[in-house]
Design a protein around this ligand. Sequence first.
Ligand code: COA
Length: 404
Amino acid sequence: MSEGIDAKQILADHVFDARVLAMSTPTIFREAIDKGLEGIVACTTRISSIQGNTLTYRGYAIEDLAENSNFEETIWLLWNDRLPTAAELEGFRKELFAASRLEPEVKELMKTLQQAANSKTHPMDYLRTVVSTLSLRDPEVADNSEAALRRKSLRLTAQISSIVGAYERVRKGQPLVEPVEGKGLAWNLLWQMFGKEPTADHVKIMDTALILHADHEINCSAFSARVTASSLSDLHSAVVSAIGTLKGPLHGGANEAVIKMLKEIGTIDKAKTYVEQALEGKQKVMGIGHRVYKNGDPRAKILRKISERITKEAGQPELYEMSVLIDDTMLEKKGLMPNVDFYSASVYHCMGLPHDLFTPLFAASRIAGWCAHVIEQLAANRIYRPRGEYAGRTDLVWKPIASR
Ligand code: COA
């Protein structure tokens, strides 16, 4: 040890500091141990709000938007704090379309990455990696001015949609198809995925689902995007953080987990027992429960209606019936209600969408919210740096390896 440094004294001071801090600012430590930051207000936001079981985007109820708006208009609303005029919307659609064409280098890269992937690679891992590589090609990657953030948001939103669609064909070794001018993001997403014109009904359902998933206050992935942005990193990094966060089954990954669960249950006569056994075993029933909504998620109500209809039309009404039984049983046994991921699973399944693309589809929508959050965060930035309640020791003194 260097002369003049008293390690014991430093440690004693350190212990003293931590105790004094804990005593003098007890609220910091009390809040920090609310696990999962439950109920903590982390920032001010004007993008979307959850009050009771009412969800609004920029003041408009989600039911109103799902019924009357479209995804492009909703994105514009989230980014501009008002609805667009007809001319603004038309211009925005054109810009989105122009940005939605994947450059030849990106298509090549997608094929190469697919070859490098193994059979266990999840499409969310693939999406996260492709989006990260987009930053290498974006001339404005390091520009955090609001104007550049908006341009990058537009490019990322259009491109993620195309990447999710194109991925399905890349992995099947099928030729990629170009997005079609004059069609919206929902139409083009399905077109790029299947290479055939989607039905008007499927386009409407996809569009509604994209609206419903576009933002959700300070959810886990939006928070993650804001945290990354708050260090004055860049939008691509924030979106990559958010994609990684969305992947988890407690967040966006729940929609894929729901369809797996429904398939595992198999038939309606086994559904109730499945739920009872899951609860007995302290297992989560996927797509059920929510940190904020305690009286039901309004998005789930909208999707439930669509599920009821589309499962019948697809000749799979038992998927809906099984979902309702699970929903009822969870309410009866635990007082918990479905979230957005519960009924979307049967809806997407009946649209013929591959199960492992359910969460990437969530990302193709939520990118709108992530970008809005990064823009909002950087407009009044302060780095996120919470405290941890230290529960370890502080009195240890290093020993040479021979004497441990
Ligand atoms: N299945 C079974 N029990 C559940 C449950 C579920 N889906 N969701 C919550 N619970 C139970 C918990 O076990 C806990 O019970 P206990 O008090 O008897 O221990 C209680 O409800 C509180 O749950 P908790 O996990 O603390 O709630 P949370 O606010 O931390 O979590 C979710 C919210 C969404 C993460 C949680 O409900 C969940 O994991 N749901 C399933 C995954 C999912 O659908 N995620 C998508 C969210 S949009």
